[in-house]
Design a protein around this ligand. Structure first.
Ligand code: AVI
Length: 339
């Protein structure tokens, strides 16, 4: 594995690789840089039938801002429902998870969700993990100012390709935090493997565990609306993947020539997002002419939904012995603490 320490902003300067568990604000870059392999995978997806683009291509700077806007949409209930469950169940969650531990924030983003837990979980150490290094550096600096007594550090990595934080975690009880139902963007087999990996990181420590938010199954019309909002923000988010692909591959996809399509696939318990060619069109990809027939789709995302009993069983299969679940009154979302 290639480990690279990215240029560290002054406020994050330190010796991240040599002394990964020392106290102080640090950022370590553990991405495996293989742009050629990533390019090959992207090209292969576009040349396949059906074509696909990995969801990571949503998240350039504009896509990340659009995702922030999605989270505030009236139709997109997961973010605010999860926040409401956190608020209502906070004392019980704190009692279950315990205080003063190492807190590992998977997919930390701007670290705001984790910041909400700082006053009550009072972690001794906060480890933010995300693939977006610049955003993480900014967020950690702010958090470090807000909570000067917490040992704050960050790990830049694409943990969806495998979770290995052993070099970056301190010994002792740890609460892993994976919010926002991002687990739903894994295929179920990959979600199981990921939960297993978290369980392995907990080791034999009975005081370690996972706090995770997961979207539930519900009326397909509500799911559809959440991923195809009236203002068209999710459509812009989906189409923006094509602009990102154009920058990476030098292609000339016309985003407007593709319609945003989102629907709930009940048989597979997932919302699917696609980009559908409005008209026949040919795009040159690495010198190869790829023709899209009118109505042909590029698959961009799956978002799996789990009934609480199903997800509880997944956590147990991953090796967690005790699972607690909190839901909102309507059962729109679920938060679990598994240890
Ligand atoms: C990041 N993830 C949990 C979102 C979801 O709901 O699957 C991504 C998203 N795609 C469209 N809207 C939101």
């Amino acid at each position: 594995m290639h480990v690279r320490t990215q240029p560290i902003p002054l406020h994050l300067a330190g010796a991240p690789v040599a002394h990964p568990v020392e106290r102080g604000e640090r950022l370590v870059d553990r991405r495996i840089h293989d742009p050629a392999a990533e390019r090959r995978a992207l090209v292969a997806g576009l040349l396949s039938t059906p074509a696909s683009i990995a969801p990571k291509y949503f998240y350039d700077a504009l896509g990340s801002a659009l995702f922030g806007a999605i989270c505030a949409l009236p139709e997109y209930y997961p973010t605010r429902t999860e926040a409401a469950i956190f608020e209502d169940a906070r004392p019980e969650i704190v009692a279950a998870a315990g205080t003063g531990k190492q807190f590992v924030d998977l997919g930390a983003g701007d670290c705001r969700k984790a910041a909400g837990w700082m006053p009550t979980l009072a972690p001794s150490r906060y480890v933010a993990v995300d693939i977006a290094g610049d955003a993480l550096a900014r967020a950690l600096m702010l958090l470090g100012f807000e909570y000067p007594d917490v040992d704050v550090c960050g790990v830049i990595t694409d943990f969806t390709r495998g979770l290995d934080l052993r070099r970056d975690l301190a010994e002792g009880p740890t609460t892993f935090f994976y919010a926002g139902s991002s687990i739903g963007n894994f295929a179920p087999a990959d979600a199981k493997a990921f939960l297993h990996a978290i369980r392995r990181h907990c080791g034999n420590d009975r005081d370690s565990g996972l706090l995770i938010g997961v979207d539930t199954k519900k009326d397909p019309r509500r799911l559809q609306a959440a991923y195809d909002d009236a203002a068209g923000v999710t459509a812009a988010f989906n189409r923006n993947a094509l602009a990102h692909v154009n920058r990476v591959l030098g292609t000339r996809f016309a985003a407007d020539a593709f319609a945003h399509v989102a629907f709930y696939n009940e048989a597979l318990s997932r919302v699917e997002m696609h980009l559908e060619a409005r008209i026949p069109q040919t795009v040159t990809i690495e010198g190869i002419a790829r023709t899209f027939a009118a109505g042909e789709r590029i698959h961009t995302e799956n978002s799996y939904k789990y009934a609480p009993a199903e997800f509880t069983a997944m956590l147990q299969l991953a090796g967690f012995a005790s699972v607690r679940c909190w839901q909102d009154a309507a059962g729109d979302f679920a938060v679990y603490y598994a240890a």
